[in-house]
Design a binder for this molecule. Structure first.
Ligand code: PMP
Length: 359
């Protein structure tokens, strides 16, 4: 067996020790006599897994008491509709920052439920920047302000929490949750698919302030009503039990690394090295404004497009996989989530230098 460095944008690289633990526990979890996959979600063993999952997430992110942490299905994409359904509470408008492909998708779905005020857009820069906050048009009649804290495709990341000027702030943190310290109390709602920094695909984490829930539109399916799920510990129906378990293992791994603050320092160092290598080269370039470059997803283009294919082929020959950029933007993209060791980033940098030297 030879495992490669996997730079996929998601589903993505796992900490190897977590895979090994899951392998060890596959047939029997602790002394339960059964696999987690076989457990009733209402049974005593799974209850322990569920409780640890929630308490580990709460402690890692310092989630205040007046917030619920939900573990839902449907992916982050389902939230694009569920947020307006749950949070509009009779209001006719919501504000959105448009900083890339994922913001655009959230906006498109929200339009089925309300008037969308696009408070700012970086479309004119082909999503390589974040408009200055002084230019944002925030409507005080809106139900909330939504933004995408890290645009996975364009490699654009907010380095600070936006000021929503009193509106509940809603963040799609799918691709940077747990990668940097944030103050949850500044948010009304945070959501993220788990398949990048938290585990396998199939679970969507929603962290939501108590006062915002309980007002879902009556057309909202019960399993997607945050208040209903909160009352039922996210078990209104059968949850994705094995995926909860795997997410729980990843959270314990994050704790063992020293928590989010320690991981953030590693992420800063990994990203800085990769951007430096790109900026110093002649062959590679990254189009994103330096202050909003993502620490998680690093897109880069080769000066000569005809080298794209050879680049991918020889990267794979060197054990570096999934570097092709998203089909909508082309070029390359290295996703360097929490589980990507520094050695993977250094191997990529060495390979890029060697490829440049020989081409
Ligand atoms: N938002 C962001 C920022 C993403 O990167 C993705 C997935 N790549 C999604 C939403 C959609 O997630 P899902 O596929 O879980 O619906």
């Amino acid at each position: 067996m030879s495992r490669v460095y996997n730079f996929s944008a998601g589903p993505s690289i796992f900490p190897e020790s977590v895979l090994q633990q899951a392998q060890q526990e596959l047939l029997e979890w602790r002394d339960s006599g059964m696999s987690v996959m076989e457990m009733s979600h209402r049974g005593k063993h799974f209850s322990i897994i569920a409780e640890e999952l929630e308490s580990d997430l709460r402690s890692l992110m310092a989630v205040p008491e007046n917030y619920k942490a939900l573990f839902l299905q449907g992916g982050a994409s389902a939230q694009f509709s569920l947020i307006p359904q749950n949070i509009l509470n009779g209001k006719a408008k919501a504000c959105y920052l448009n900083t890339g492909a994922w913001s655009e998708k959230a906006i498109k779905d929200a339009k089925n439920y309300c008037d969308v005020v696009v408070s700012a857009s970086s479309e004119d820069t082909r999503f390589t920047s974040i408009p200055d906050a002084s230019t944002w048009l925030l409507d005080d009649q809106a139900a909330y302000l939504h933004y995408t804290s890290n645009e996975t495709i364009h490699g654009v990341e907010f380095q600070t929490t936006p000021n929503a000027h009193g509106l509940p702030l809603i963040a799609d943190m799918s691709s940077n949750i747990l990668s940097r310290k944030i103050d949850v109390s500044q948010y009304g709602l945070i959501y993220a698919g788990t398949q990048k920094n938290m585990g396998p695909a199939g679970v969507t984490v929603v962290i939501v302030r108590d006062d915002l829930i309980g007002y879902a539109d009556k057309t909202t399916p019960s399993v997607f009503d945050y208040a209903e799920q909160a009352k039922n510990q996210s078990m209104l129906n059968t949850p994705a039990t094995y995926n909860w378990y795997l997410v729980g293992l990843v959270l314990k791994w994050v704790k063992a690394q020293g928590g989010v603050e320690a991981i953030e320092q590693l992420n800063i160092a990994k990203a800085a090295k990769l951007y430096q290598a790109i900026d110093q080269s002649v062959l590679y370039s990254n189009p994103v404004d330096v202050p909003c470059r993502s620490r998680m997803n690093v897109p880069f283009i080769l000066a000569d497009e005809s080298l794209d294919k050879p680049f991918i082929v020889s990267a794979e020959a060197n054990g570096l996989f999934e570097l092709k950029g998203h089909r909508s933007v082309g070029g390359m993209r290295a996703s360097i989530y929490n589980a990507m060791p520094e050695s993977g980033v250094l191997a990529l940098i060495d390979f890029m230098a060697e490829f440049e030297r020989t081409h």
